[in-house]
Ligand binder design. Structure first.
Ligand SMILES: N[C@@H](CCC(=O)N[C@@H](CS)C(=O)NCC(=O)O)C(=O)O
Length: 239
């Protein structure tokens, strides 16, 4: 029985689980939640309101971004990619760390492009009010260059590193989703059939729905949410 489907795995609830500070719509938090869910690591999820961050989050990680994972021994992991690696190095039933034709360093380099230049252009495109000097169309065009490279990559295989879903697919898809949502009509018109199919597959996977439940904001002294939710799904990735 998979650890995530084992009710016995719930016995440690009550302060002996890692705590995950998360925000439902944050793409960094989405990637962390997907890795945790796929790995079957059980956590206490604390939903954060970004404009009213809990003192406990800021005490753990003063930089105040989510996701943040506080392990049972007090270790704080405050980068989404590191949370993914923490979970997958404990248990990686889908083989996300075993990408075909790519070393982990190559995977991390592709994810760094997403988190660096692409994310900068995504922000300039998505939040023009936060970047008053930004040229929205220029940011969209610059961001599209990264997406075209993904489209080219997907000509060779169904996923970013071969035919099987791996770390890069899970880490990058939430950001492509955000880019696509800024102007869905424009995105639909782009000649990126493979990228659209790849994105649709990621978003239709049961795993994605599993990490997108809505939760009320966590308040101090409350018990957080048991995460991941139990599921009868035999294939959490559904790729
Ligand atoms: N490099 C960090 C970035 C995380 C990040 O920037 N998260 C955003 C939400 S999507 C955040 O918490 N922003 C702080 C804020 O808006 O106050 C990671 O990979 O975890």
């Amino acid at each position: 029985m998979a650890q995530e489907d084992d009710p016995q795995a719930d016995l440690s609830a009550g302060g002996t689980r890692p705590v995950l500070y998360s925000f439902r719509r944050c793409p960094y938090a989405m990637r962390a939640r997907m890795a945790i869910a796929a790995s079957g690591q059980r956590c206490e999820l604390r939903e954060v309101v970004l404009r009213d961050k809990p003192a406990e989050l800021l005490a753990a990680s003063p930089k105040g971004t989510v996701p943040v994972l506080v392990d049972v021994d007090g270790t704080v992991i405050d980068q989404s990619l590191d949370i993914m690696l923490w979970a997958l190095r404990r248990n990686d039933p889908e083989g996300w760390l075993q990408a075909e034709g790519a070393t982990l360093d190559e995977t991390l380099a592709l994810v760094a492009e997403c988190d660096g230049e692409f994310k900068r252009h995504l922000d300039g495109y998505k939040y023009p009010e936060r970047h008053p000097d930004a040229d929205t169309a220029a940011h969209r065009a610059q961001g599209a260059l990264f997406l075209m490279r993904l489209e080219d990559r997907l000509a060779a295989a169904r996923c970013l590193h071969g035919d099987h879903v791996a770390l890069a697919d899970i880490a990058i898809a939430p950001f492509v989703r955000q880019f696509a949502q800024v102007d869905a009509a424009w995105f639909d018109q782009q000649p990126w059939p493979r990228l659209k199919a790849w994105l649709a597959a990621r978003l239709q996977a049961p795993l994605f729905a599993r990490v997108m439940d809505k939760h009320p904001a966590w308040r101090s002294a409350q018990r957080g949410i048991d995460f991941p939710p139990y599921s009868n799904t035999s294939s959490p990735v559904g790729s």
